[in-house]
Design a protein around this ligand. Structure first.
Ligand code: HEM
Ligand SMILES: *[C@@H]1O[C@H](CO)[C@@H](O)[C@H](O)[C@H]1NC(C)=O
Length: 517
């Protein structure tokens, strides 16, 4: 008896080991090279998570442009050759994006599981709202609202004199508030005050931003599969945001974006949804609209302020565009209004933003195989893919490829300008022109529907920042900031730490009046 008790744990351990060994996947003929890693279940998750770019580069050196890795219980087949991205996109029939994305969103944001067949009819309609409200002529309305909101937020810095603050704090406080108000509208402040008990807007926004950050901070863990209930602070933050985005509040707001208005209407038609779930779907929109935009705006301004050539070129472009539309920089009495076409013509800012995106983007594009099928790569080589496996593309490999981008770690403000100062679109690898060379917004079915708005709002921010503020970065001689690669796979990487900014809101109006007198 005693012996049994002594040996029991050993027997259990052996059985477990045997089970683990038998469940280890073997590479079948026709399949890509397979990396199971040595840790059961996790596979190569730790090596991958430490630095995805380095890990994938070392795998590529050993195994070539396609291989399969076991990561946290799932198998990911990485397709690294950018010429083969199109081949993956063309496999729409065998590769599903929605299922993966919706399942993930359901877990993290806690809204209804739209993969459930009861929603299958509605979900297509809801998805089509993105294109209808974020692209084409309707974009002008969104851009105009954003411009007004940006100026209203910036004006709060009027008369404060020279101030020192983190650049990241500065960018985020302005962009977050303006973006939030642009999507979700605002309560008339005077009206709210009159009815009493309302929080002043700056305080409301500060809380919302803190909650956004607390939630966003836990994103890498949640993406790795940790249930949100185990991330207490993130869970509470998400619920606090949902409370702010409850239909009861949103319905009081003015100037809601068509995106949110249309989504509210659609959710109100779905009787399976309760009010809390509706609010949580709005949290997912808040996250999608801010999580990448904030760091992208940070990097754009950071590189402008560090690079005298970029600063000169950007300032010249801003002066030209404002001049053309009859604005005097800094004249607060006449708000700056720029049309979609004017913004599209700002190719210097465009190139700076694209270069900032190239250097900081680390998104991963994932599809799930809905059947066993054979993927034919650009080279003609084939790879057998099993049902349920993931196909992953990691465009950072391409963005940092020295064959495509000379000195890839260096910021070059006119990298995306051709000899005529227009948007450059020819980039080559192995002497062949690449159809896709910059993919911060993903590609194919999962391409970001907000990409045009995103580029425009960053351009607007930069234009207004250059026109309204004197700005100096602390310690220009320091080495460039590094990106925080623990967030690789989630989109635009934030900096590892902030950098200090000295700034002053310019009061050009008074200066001008003085000179006139
Ligand atoms: C620089 C800023 C931005 C970047 C780099 C970016 C990037 C991306 C990427 C890579 C995806 C695909 C995610 C995936 O494959 O799973 C995505 C999806 C999405 N983005 Fe953006 N995004 C940005 C800004 C915005 C803005 C401003 C909005 C909205 C106002 C927005 C709305 C969305 C939505 C709704 C989706 C989900 C689309 C779907 O489910 O099909 N994004 N974004
Ligand atoms: C898919 O492929 C796997 C591995 O090659 C095989 O075990 C499985 O039976 C196949 N499934 C179907 C439905 O053909």
């Amino acid at each position: 008896m005693a012996a049994l008790i002594f040996y029991a744990p050993f027997v259990v351990l052996c059985a477990l080991l045997l089970w683990l060994l038998c469940s280890v996947r073997r590479r079948q003929p026709g399949e890509p090279p397979l990396m199971n890693g040595w840790i059961p279940y996790l596979g190569v998750a730790l090596e991958y998570g430490r630095n995805p770019l380095e890990f994938l580069r070392s795998m590529q050196r050993k195994y070539g442009d396609i291989f399969t890795c076991k990561i946290a219980g799932s198998y990911f087949t990485f397709v690294l050759d950018p010429f083969s991205y199109g081949a993956v996109s063309r496999q729409g029939r065998n590769l599903d994006f929605q299922k993966f994305a919706i399942g993930f969103s359901h877990k993290v944001f806690g809204h209804a599981d739209f993969n459930d067949p009861v929603y299958s009819y509605n979900i297509k309609d809801i998805h089509s709202i993105f294109r209808q409200t974020l692209q084409g002529p309707v974009l002008q309305q969104l851009i105009s609202t954003m411009m007004e909101n940006l100026q209203a937020v910036m004006r709060r810095d009027e008369g404060h004199g020279w101030t020192t603050e983190g650049l990241q704090v500065f960018v985020e406080r302005i962009m977050f508030e303006a973006g939030y108000l642009t999507l979700f509208g605002k309560e008339e402040e005077a009206e709210a005050m009159a009815t009493g008990g309302a929080t002043p807007r700056w305080l409301f926004m500060r809380q919302a931003m803190e909650d956004f950050h607390a939630f966003d901070k836990a994103f890498p863990e949640m993406a790795a599969g940790l249930p949100i209930h185990l991330c207490g602070r993130a869970f509470r933050a998400r619920e606090a945001l949902a409370e702010k985005l409850h239909h009861r509040h949103l319905k009081r707001n003015k100037c809601l974006s068509a995106l949110i208005e249309r989504r509210m209407h659609a959710f109100d038609q779905m009787e399976q949804l309760d009010e809390k779930e509706k609010a949580r779907t709005h949290v997912s929109m808040l996250w999608a609209s801010q999580a990448n935009t904030l760091p992208a705006t940070f990097w754009s301004l950071y590189y402008i302020l560090r690079c005298p050539v970029a600063l000169d070129a950007a300032q010249a472009e801003v002066r030209r565009v404002l001049g053309e539309s009859g604005h005097t920089p800094g004249n607060l009495e006449k708000p700056v209004v720029l049309s979609k076409d004017q913004l599209a013509g700002m190719s210097v800012l465009g190139s700076i933003i694209e270069e900032a995106l190239r250097l900081s983007s680390a998104s991963i594009m994932i599809r799930v195989a809905s059947e066993n099928f054979t993927l034919t790569l650009d080279t003609g080589k084939t790879a057998a893919i099993r049902k349920g496996d993931h196909i992953a593309m990691f465009p950072q490999m391409m963005h940092m490829d020295p064959e495509i981008y000379e000195d890839p770690t260096e910021f070059q403000c006119s990298r995306f300008l051709d000899e005529n100062g227009q948007k450059k679109t020819d980039f080559y690898k192995n002497g062949r022109k690449l159809r896709q060379f910059l993919l911060p917004f993903g590609s194919g079915v999962s391409e970001c529907p907000g990409r045009f708005f995103a580029i425009n709002e960053i351009k607007q921010f930069l234009t207004l920042a250059l026109c309204h503020y004197d700005m100096e970065l602390h310690d220009l001689a320091a080495a460039p900031l590094e990106t925080d690669c623990t967030r690789a796979g989630l989109g635009i990487l934030p900096p590892k730490h902030d950098v200090s900014l000295r700034y002053r809101f310019r009061n050009c109006v008074t200066v001008k009046e003085k000179t006139v007198r």
